[in-house]
Design a protein around this ligand. Structure first.
Ligand code: DAH
Length: 344
């Protein structure tokens, strides 16, 4: 039996020296050391041995098992080491490679200007109001002192949806809506940013759809000087502290008196250049004192309350601020244009 055990050991070690992967190694473990393996098979014959022989052979059996196990364990460790080395080599990372930059989006210049304007007016205690883009004839015109067949309706060619509904031609209807919803409460201090629509042919300075920001203040003792001071503060925050404004008399049906407001040219500082057509001034908005009839239709007694209002084109402000010479750049979505507005 001893010889059979020794022979088994030789055979096992010889075979183990040939294995080349973990799978084969496991097969050999089963073959020699498994429950139904060769070693168990031989040791099963121990029953027929004498009492003196049994412990001796038992010890030989243990030695053989130990020797085979030792080789299997060391082979296993070797395979594991090789596998780890292989994976390390395969998954090698060059930590000195520069990272791949993430593409970062930019706020659209129109949204940026709207955000900046909102910040400025919120800083002066204003709230943001919004209204629908599909508007009733009443709010878009009538409540702003533009009755049906009023010639000034022609100032703004409109897209009508039905006889009574149209795409709003300006953000001024939000004035009327705000007064109505405030139900006589004062003060009102709102700005209303949003899209507006006009039946215009698109060119470098016109678009059938663009953006405006409206402003409305209603309270007691609101005066033209309040409008002037507010606008001066606004343009200085928007275009720089050296900016000046001038008010020119004008006409809008919803304000009386009405003004058009110019700022000193931000390109030349007022000296005269190509941008301001050598006048030193750029027109940026319309405004005035809210017309008594508009106050009355909004539910405010013009004997007791007064207010000012203004409205401006966001694209125009953005074009002036960033030196953009064609309004269509804002809508083409050319990455080379938009990328320039990324904050870095
Ligand atoms: N709604 C006018 C327009 O679209 C702009 C405007 C002028 C708004 C005077 C006002 C204002 O609130 O008082 O041309």
């Amino acid at each position: 039996m001893r010889e059979r055990l020794e022979a088994l050991k030789e055979e096992a070690l010889a075979e183990l020296s040939q294995v080349s992967d973990a799978g084969q190694l496991n097969d050999l473990r089963v073959k020699y050391l498994g429950k139904k393996g060769a070693l168990t098979e031989i040791l099963r014959g121990m029953g027929s041995l004498s009492a003196e022989e049994r412990p001796v052979i038992g010890q030989v059996g243990n030695e053989v098992r130990g020797a085979i196990e030792a080789v299997i364990t060391s082979k296993q460790e070797e395979f594991q080491r090789l596998e780890t080395e292989r994976r390390l080599a395969a998954e090698k990372v060059d930590v000195t490679l520069p990272g791949r930059p993430l593409k970062q989006g930019a706020v659209h210049p129109l949204n940026r200007v709207i955000q900046d304007m909102e910040d400025i007016f919120i800083g002066m205690g204003y709230q943001i109001a919004e209204g629908p883009e599909v508007e009733t004839d009443y709010f878009n015109f009538e409540a702003l002192n533009l009755p049906k067949n009023h010639p000034a309706r022609d100032m703004q060619d409109s897209f009508y949806v039905t006889e009574d509904l149209l795409m709003r031609t300006h953000t001024s209807p939000v004035q009327a809506r705000t007064m109505k919803s405030k139900e006589g409460e004062v003060p009102i201090k709102v700005i209303c940013p949003g899209k507006v629509y006009r039946r215009d042919d698109d060119d470098a300075t016109h678009s059938f759809q663009f953006h405006q920001i409206e402003g409305l203040v209603v309270g007691r003792h609101i005066r033209m000087s309040d409008l002037k001071g507010t606008l001066l503060q606004f343009v200085r925050e928007m275009f720089g502290p050296q900016t000046q404004i001038r008010l020119r008399p004008s006409f809008f049906p919803f304000t009386e008196p009405s003004v058009e407001v110019d700022v000193t040219c931000m390109k030349c500082g007022g000296d005269g250049c190509r941008v301001c057509k050598n006048t030193g001034w750029l027109e940026i908005l319309g405004g005035g004192m809210v017309h008594p009839r508009v106050l009355k239709m909004g539910g405010y007694d013009p004997e007791e309350y007064s207010g000012f209002a203004f409205g401006m084109g966001v694209e125009r402000i953005a074009m002036l601020k960033y030196g953009v010479d064609d309004i269509r750049h804002f809508y083409y979505n050319d990455m080379r244009f938009l990328q320039q507005f990324a904050r870095n």
